[in-house]
Structures are given as C-alpha cells and as structure tokens.
Design a protein around this ligand. Structure first.
Ligand SMILES: NC(=O)c1ccc[n+]([C@@H]2O[C@H](COP(=O)([O-])OP(=O)(O)OC[C@H]3O[C@@H](n4cnc5c(N)ncnc54)[C@H](OP(=O)(O)O)[C@@H]3O)[C@@H](O)[C@H]2O)c1
Length: 266
C-alpha cells in the first residue's frame, strides 16, 4: 500500500490541462483526490475515470474568485475525506492584450481569478495544512519574472503569486507547512485556447509553436515531485529557465527579444 493512501490532495482548476493531469498523478501516488473548477461535465468525467482506477475522488463546481464558494468547497471536502494534506492552487487563465485594448475590468478579473483565487484556496485549507504539516503549491509562471509584451495583466498576477508564495514560505515553515512556487514555461494545455475575455475557443488563440510546449503529464509529475519534496521553487522547461536567466542578467536584451514572439494586433 502507498505511503500516501490515507492522504488527500486538493487541486483547483482540474477540469483541464495541468490541473487534470495533477489529479491523475496524485491519484497514481495513492492520494484521495478533491478537484474543483467551473466545468461540471469535465470534473464529472475525470472523477469517473479516477474512480474506475480505484482512486477516491470528490469534485466541486465552483469559481475560485468566489470566496464563499471556496469555503463551501473545502467544507465539503472535509465532510467527504476528513482531511487535506496537499493543496495545489492551480486555477487560472492568461489575459492578453495591450493596455490600450484592455479595460480596468479585464485587469480586475485577471487579479480576482489568478491572485484572489489563490488566497480563496489557501484560507479555508490553512488550519488543515497546519494540523497535517502539509504541502502547498502555487502555480506561477515565467511571466512572474519576465515581462511579456501584451500580457501585462497576466504578468501582474503571476508576479503577485510569486511574492505571495515566497513570503508565505517562511511564514508557514514554523507550522511545518511547505510552500512551493512552480515557475512554469510553456506547457501543453487549454490555456492557449482562452481569449482575452477568458472565453474558451476550439482553436488556439496564440502563435506559440507546439514543439516548445512540455507535455502535460511530464509537467504534472515534476510538480507533484517538487511539492512532496517540499522544494522552495521549481522552474519547468528549459526555455523557461533560459528566459528567466536571460532577463535576470540581460534585461534590456531580453525585453528587445520579447515583442518578436507576439502577434501585431496586441
Ligand atoms: N500552460 C502553460 O503554458 C502555463 C504556463 C505557466 C503557468 N501556467 C498556469 O498553470 C495554471 C493552469 O493552467 P493550464 O495551462 O492547465 O490551462 P487550462 O487547461 O486552461 O486550465 C486552467 C484551469 O483553471 C480553471 N479555471 C480558470 N478560471 C477559473 C475560475 N475562475 N474558477 C475555477 N477554475 C478556474 C479551468 O477550469 P474551468 O474553465 O472549468 O473553470 C481549468 O481547469 C494556470 O494558473 C496558468 O496560469 C500555465
């Protein structure tokens, strides 16, 4: 029997992409899995898939920017499983568009989801994490280090969760809770199908080539390992690592390069 067989992993934004693969990965590692997002059909299908493999699964349909809904979700997880050991604050989307094309409302929505969504996830889980000396991971991005042309709202949100993660790490250490920041480069997921209003499309909305994206299952394995090993930070993808270093040591040069990868209408 796995050493994690009585433990529970809670993953937000698990109806697609990285979150869905994380649910499968934690299930394989012997955890019971609790997932949430807004698309019920996807969550239901994933729960059925995991249950068929012998993984105990619970899903909740909710929006991470809704504080009360997240409190209710965690209360239901505790009713179902009685504990939470690992929390992965993953839900998010990538707003795009120049300052001129964006509205204040677009910026607010991005911050409400990507930043307050993370806080709405952490608060109701905090006492559980402390009680179980658990692991918290926050899914950040290279955009939390490198300013991306035409993605200022997304960059703001990922800078904010990087700061939150690094500050909470020392704060929660005294309670035995680890905090891991995942700094992700391009990973295969549906994030590239979401437009600047957060609306999903069948076709991709980005010009990023497929070959550069890390397979989702590979990313999920690395995220789970870094989380359970209580790493401070894990950077995913070689291009992500190089982009981060380039911007750190040669910021002007890296800022010159960035607009070439962005469509002209942004
Ligand atoms: N893929 C990449 O290249 C990449 C790179 C760096 C960082 N990231 C980060 O990785 C995380 C996961 O994204 P992904 O790439 O896996 O994209 P994805 O396939 O679009 O998945 C995003 C997930 O977040 C959920 N979500 C979005 N807004 C939500 C809300 N308001 N309330 C609840 N759930 C919400 C979505 O579910 P519903 O729509 O069903 O609610 C979906 O399950 C994001 O935080 C993203 O910023 C991704």
């Amino acid at each position: 029997m796995s050493s994690h067989s009585n433990q529970v992993a809670f993953i937000t934004g698990a109806s697609s992409g990285i979150g869905a693969e994380l649910a499968r990965e934690f299930g394989r590692r012997g955890f019971s899995v609790a997932i949430c997002a807004r698309r019920k059909d996807r969550l239901e299908a994933l729960c059925q898939e995991l249950t068929a493999q012998g993984v105990e699964c619970f899903y909740s349909v909710c929006d991470v920017s809704d504080e009360q809904a997240m409190q209710n979700t965690v209360a239901h997880i505790l009713q179902k499983f009685g504990r939470v050991d690992v929390v992965i604050a993953n839900a998010g989307y990538a707003d795009r568009g120049s300052l001129q094309k964006q509205s204040l409302q677009d910026y607010r929505k991005q911050i409400e989801t990507n930043v307050f969504g993370v806080l709405n996830t952490i608060y109701p889980c905090l006492e559980e994490l402390k009680k179980n000396r658990g692991c918290l991971s926050i899914i950040g991005s290279i955009a939390g280090y490198v300013p991306l042309h035409g993605s200022s709202a997304y960059c703001m949100s990922k800078h904010a969760v990087k700061a939150l993660s690094l500050a909470l790490r020392s704060e929660l250490k005294q309670h035995g809770v680890s905090v891991t920041l995942i700094t992700a480069g391009f990973i295969k997921s549906e994030i590239f199908n979401v437009d600047s209003q957060g609306v999903r499309h069948q076709e991709t909305q980005h010009s990023i080539p497929e070959w550069i994206k890390m397979p989702t299952a590979k990313a999920a394995k690395k995220i789970a390992k870094a989380t359970l090993n209580r790493r401070r930070e894990k950077t995913l993808t070689i291009h992500g690592f190089l982009g981060k270093q380039l911007h750190r040591f040669f910021p002007r040069f890296s800022e010159l390069m960035i607009p070439f990868g962005v469509p002209k209408d942004q």
